[in-house]
Design a protein around this ligand. Structure first.
Ligand code: PMT
Length: 401
């Protein structure tokens, strides 16, 4: 996975019931291409064994600074030095207190104190401990030191009560870590505006015209931009997806709302990537009350064109469109590239069942204003997003564009 490949992640596991979920996190990090070095407090070993982490990561697990097998026995800050990031999960109230006061008498706090790498904390504890002003104060101090905090979530706690204190799910921790790791990427300090999803054009308060766009392609572009350090703004039509961590999410419903949100977001932007399937037509006069089927045999809808957001969005930024075509893919995409004055267009054949709307993969052909045609194979949408952003980076680093 881009962003994790080749990274050294130090994972500090502390003594809480959520420690079992950290096994999944260690596995996902390893599968994503990171080398994962696990450190465990003594309390953590009451909940889960070092062998679990050793099996999942393929790396030795450090449980004791004075263990002759541990890298810390050779050089006590060894892992602090190699870490691209340190993740502490679950970060218990006890560990937060130790980190806040700079203690260094066990492997996790020692390494956090010694590292200059970004530190990500995933707190988990009983609701009462979480609400305690001491914990809040410790966390505030750690935030001041630049540590990133993910969670905790609300839900059922080990005590059986409901409240705040559940460790965030491994996917959310992973998502936040990718955001943290990407801060110095090739889109750092660049603002990228992305649109996603199918707009809804109301007929009456309960009915609308829309299309099958799930938002997956646009969300992937926003996520990839974030992973490369961009300030990503995601303007999205209704979808069941949750906006990625670290992305400014702007929900809209109609094409008109999307245009207004895009226009507002474009101030200071370096690129606009329009992956949204914007409705081309909308009812001229949506009914203010629900149309009662009992009173009518049929309806003749009068439709008008929606604003063409991409065509209208001209300025000093890179413009990327998508073309969803059911015939004459390259010709129609080229026409759109020219008509909308784009730098790049991603043409997708929506007749294919394995790509296009609502799938996890997409098969696109990239056409640029210089006439270069790049046919991409079927790829996960996140990888398609990166290929598009590779081209955006190319334009941004080219003089005179
Ligand atoms: O969301 P998913 O389920 O992942 O599906 C992804 C996708 C198939 C929706 C996506 O890959 C895609 O092709 N999006 C563009 C769909 C589309 O509306 O294409 P179009 O050929 O009608 O429009 C061309 C371009 O103009 C698009 O970038 C579109 O966002 C933009 N447009 C269109 C109409 C309009 N009124 N304003 C616009 O800005």
């Amino acid at each position: 996975m881009r962003g994790l490949e080749g990274k050294n992640i130090v994972l500090g596991v502390c003594g809480g019931i959520a420690a079992y979920k950290v096994a999944d996190l260690a596995s996902k990090l390893t599968q994503g291409g990171a080398t994962v070095y696990v450190l465990m407090t003594r309390a953590a070993q009451e909940f889960i064994t070092p062998l679990t982490f050793r099996s999942l990561t393929g790396q030795p697990v450090t449980t004791d600074m004075f263990d002759a097998q541990s890298p810390l026995a050779v050089q006590h800050v060894a892992l602090a030095g190699v870490a691209d990031a340190v993740v502490v999960a679950p970060a218990t109230a006890n560990t937060l207190a130790r980190l806040a006061t700079g203690m260094a008498d066990e492997p996790v706090s020692l390494t956090v104190l010694a590292t200059t790498a970004p530190v990500l904390l995933a707190p988990a504890m009983d609701g009462g401990m979480w609400e305690d002003p001491t914990t809040k104060g410790n966390l505030a101090r750690l935030r001041e030191r630049g540590f990133t905090v993910v969670g905790p979530a609300h839900g059922r706690l080990a005590s059986g009560k409901e409240g705040w204190g559940r460790m965030e799910e491994p996917v959310a921790i992973l998502d936040t870590l990718r955001y943290v790791l990407g801060r110095d990427g090739d889109l750092a300090s660049k603002k990228i505006v992305v649109t996603a999803g199918g707009t809804q054009e109301p007929l009456d308060p309960v009915r609308h015209l829309t299309n099958p766009s799930s938002g997956k392609m646009g969300f992937a572009v926003a996520e990839a931009a974030r992973d490369r350090g961009a300030q990503a703004v995601l303007v999205y039509a209704p979808t069941h997806l949750t906006p990625p961590v670290g992305v400014k999410a702007v929900p809209v419903r109609t094409a008109q709302e999307m245009q207004e949100a895009v226009d507002l977001s474009l101030s200071g932007a370096h690129a606009l990537v329009m992956a949204a399937a914007v409705a081309d037509f909308r009812p001229v006069k949506p009914e203010t009350q629900k149309v009662k089927k009992e009173y009518t045999q049929g309806i003749l809808l009068e439709l008008e064109r929606t604003p063409d957001i991409l065509k209208a969005a001209q300025g000093d930024f890179i413009r990327v469109g998508f073309a969803a075509e059911s015939q004459e893919l390259l010709k129609n995409a080229t026409d759109k590239l020219r008509a909308k004055s784009l730098h790049l267009i991603a043409a997708n054949d929506i007749t294919a069942t394995d790509s296009g709307f609502a799938t996890d993969a997409n098969r696109c052909t990239l056409l640029d204003r210089e006439g270069v045609v790049e046919e991409l194979p079927l790829l996960p949408k996140l990888e398609v997003a990166h290929r598009i952003l590779d081209r955006v980076v190319g334009y941004l680093t080219r003089p005179g564009i």
